[in-house]
Design a protein. Structure first.
Length: 250
């Protein structure tokens, strides 16, 4: 019997998609319209993972906050607190742009795209509150149950007059299995990622370097050392965490 090349390619793809911090192929983002997903259960019983990120630091993508996530020294966190303490309108505005923001993550499969395996959905506080309310609703029980859980319809888009897209979550009326067979279910459960490996972890020294580059700007240090230049650099950035997060995940 000849080797099954399709299975070999799938195995290679699975290996390549694991343990590669911030591998964007692991992530799922809702597109405009409706998409049906299923939250995949995790071994620890908590499928919702909370993380803190800094955005808007120059041209750098978002990165994990050493202080908020790991209790480590965080030069950017200290800088943000100093800006708040300064108390001027511009310093507070800059501090709000640079302060750590909370995001939430859960493993999912997308119905109709089961061949892509388990992916990670990142979302904000409003969606998180909806999900928690649903999880705690006794009418649905354990929505992640592999045999009698509940699929979720994610509706995403900009309502008329809205500045940014919004997400709504509607549970299906009927329960269903995670997959068609126990073998497929077992394979999906084995694909749930280690969330500690999803994002690169920066050291306090690396964060300090990013902050120094941001404060210096693209020109020489003397031209960029004024408070006005620093505030203009930060205030010109988008204040939409969702937009920054979407760009981060690609």
């Amino acid at each position: 019997m000849s080797i099954d090349m399709k299975k070999m390619r799938e195995k290679l793809s699975a290996l390549q998609n694991r343990g590669q911090g911030n591998n964007k192929s692991n992530f799922w983002r809702p597109q405009d319209g409706e998409t049906t997903i299923r939250i995949v259960p995790t071994e620890d019983g908590d499928p919702f993972k909370e993380m803190w990120f800094h955005y808007n630091l120059g041209n750098n993508p978002g990165f994990l906050s050493p202080k908020k996530n790991f209790g480590e020294e965080d030069p950017l966190d200290s800088f943000v607190r100093s800006l708040f303490n300064e108390g001027s309108e511009d310093s507070v505005k800059m501090a709000k742009n640079l302060m750590a923001r909370q995001r939430f993550f859960t493993p999912v499969i997308v119905r109709g795209e089961e061949d892509q395996g388990v992916r990670v959905w990142g979302f904000g506080k409003m969606a998180y509150q909806e999900l928690l309310s649903l999880v705690l609703n006794p009418d649905y029980g354990d929505i992640t149950d592999t045999e009698e859980g509940t699929d979720l319809v994610i509706t995403y888009g900009k309502p008329p007059g809205a500045q940014f897209p919004q997400t709504s979550i509607t549970p299906r009326r009927r329960s269903s299995g995670l997959a068609n067979t126990k073998k497929e279910t077992k394979a999906l459960l084995e694909q749930v990622p280690d969330f500690t490996d999803l994002f690169e972890r920066k050291t306090p020294e690396q964060v300090q370097n990013l902050l120094d580059e941001f404060l210096l700007g693209d020109d020489n240090a003397e031209e960029n050392s004024t408070e006005t230049k620093k505030y203009e650099t930060a205030s010109d950035k988008t204040t939409s965490v969702d937009e920054a997060f979407a760009e981060f995940l690609g």
